[in-house]
Design a protein around this ligand. Structure first.
Ligand SMILES: *Cc1c(COP(=O)(O)O)cnc(C)c1O
Length: 383
């Protein structure tokens, strides 16, 4: 029976426990498994290679992304590390210019040491993507909406360009989750997630995912998952399955609150600029509407110079100053000194990550309370 995503969130993957009838997949807290004779195991050998709790989650994330093969990792960066390990010395990646800071860091300071090169372009500009795909390029790596300026890249258009040149398309889908956007259905080859964010949803677990459709690519990635070993633990797998059950209702509220806050900010006179692809004024609005079922709940804005951005962070009360995003609670962060500090200042300012930029992860609290808190925090920050 084919299910809509709201039902798949709850019944997708492995629905409960076959052996006992337990409605929830149990935590199989074991490192190894009894074998009945030499070469006669029951499908499980060692928990780095495979674990039933993790396998249930891996099947679930694959179902949600409309992919065939899912893999769960100890963090988003463990997932990214595993994907980047597909490449070798002399290979080059084309990368979005405002990606997650940690992704930039690992490309620049780790994989670069192994001779894997990267070219940074604005992937929302398809001409730049096309021009950057030289012979040594093996993949295009995008995030959409990207971090922290919510730049929207047309996944289908990038995939069309990459396909004619036989390059892989990798999409970090953390900001929208499969509830709002399914990149494999738009021509991407590999989907990556930090499950730490909306999938887990409660700011209590670090996790990461990879989903693909191609069998050969999946086999290579399973090999790397086992070889590198950055797997998700049984307990954390259980927590993420638990989180995913409420993803639909959470995302509905996240998106509704974010839409109202973005509009309020735009009309408020407190800000120079609001970045949110759900606003008609946003350059990404049309593409976002075409490729996703909502604009997500991340908003960035540039505070007007009449206000001191440092004081804003001291004055917020309901909204918490913290790294991360995607939890039920609203968070504010300062990209220039926090999430994107790893990016050199010249590059940062060039792409628009100025000191006055504030990023909000809009939670699911009452939206009136959130707006009241932002308003009092901004007004109390007047210089
Ligand atoms: C957080 C994040 C990551 C890294 O994930 P971790 O779980 O923190 O390792 C990667 N990409 C995006 C878009 C993120 O927000």
């Amino acid at each position: 029976m084919s299910l809509a995503i709201e039902s798949k969130l709850i019944h997708g993957g492995i629905d409960g426990d076959e052996t006992t009838g337990a409605v929830c997949v149990p935590v199989y807290q074991t490192s190894t498994y009894k074998q009945d004779g030499l070469g006669k195991d029951r499908g499980w050998e060692y928990s780095r290679t495979g674990n039933p709790t993790r396998a249930a989650l891996e099947k679930l994330i694959a179902d949600l992304e409309e992919g065939q093969y899912g893999m769960a990792f100890a963090s988003g960066l463990a997932a990214i590390t595993t994907v980047l390990s597909l490449f070798k010395q002399g290979d080059r990646l084309v990368v979005s210019d405002n990606i997650y800071g940690g992704t930039f860091r690992i490309l620049d300071n780790v994989f670069n040491n192994f001779g894997i090169e990267y070219t940074i372009v604005d992937t929302s500009d398809l001409r730049q993507v096309e021009e950057a795909i030289t012979d040594d390029v093996k993949a295009v790596y995008i995030e959409t909406p990207a971090n922290p300026l919510l730049t929207v890249t047309d996944i289908r258009a990038v995939a069309d360009i990459a396909k004619t040149k036989d390059k892989l398309v990798i999409v970090d889908n953390t900001f929208l989750t499969p509830y709002l956007q399914r990149p494999l259905t738009l021509g991407a080859d590999i989907v990556i997630h930090s499950g730490t964010k909306y999938l887990g949803g409660h700011s209590d677990t670090i996790s990461g995912f990879v989903v693909v459709n191609d069998k050969a690519l999946a086999d290579r990635l399973y090999y790397l998952q086992n070889a590198i070993g950055g797997i998700l633990s049984p307990w954390d797998s259980f927590l993420v399955i638990r989180g995913i059950k409420t993803l639909g209702v959470r995302m509905d509220r996240h998106v509704e609150n974010a839409g109202k806050i973005a509009q309020w900010l735009e009309d408020s006179g407190y800000v120079e600029k609001v970045y949110y692809p759900g606003l008609k004024s946003d350059p990404g609005y049309e593409v976002q509407k075409k490729q996703a079922d909502g604009a997500g709940a991340m908003i960035s804005f540039v505070l007007d110079k009449k206000y001191d951005y440092r004081k804003f962070f001291e004055n917020i009360k309901l909204v918490t100053l913290a790294e991360s995003l995607g939890g039920v609670e609203s968070l504010a962060c300062h990209p220039a000194s926090m999430t994107h500090a790893a990016i050199p200042k010249e590059i940062r300012e060039k792409v628009g990550i100025v000191d006055e930029l504030i990023r909000l992860s809009v939670g699911i609290e009452n939206v009136g309370d959130l707006i009241a808190d932002l308003k009092q925090a901004i007004e109390a920050s007047a210089v």
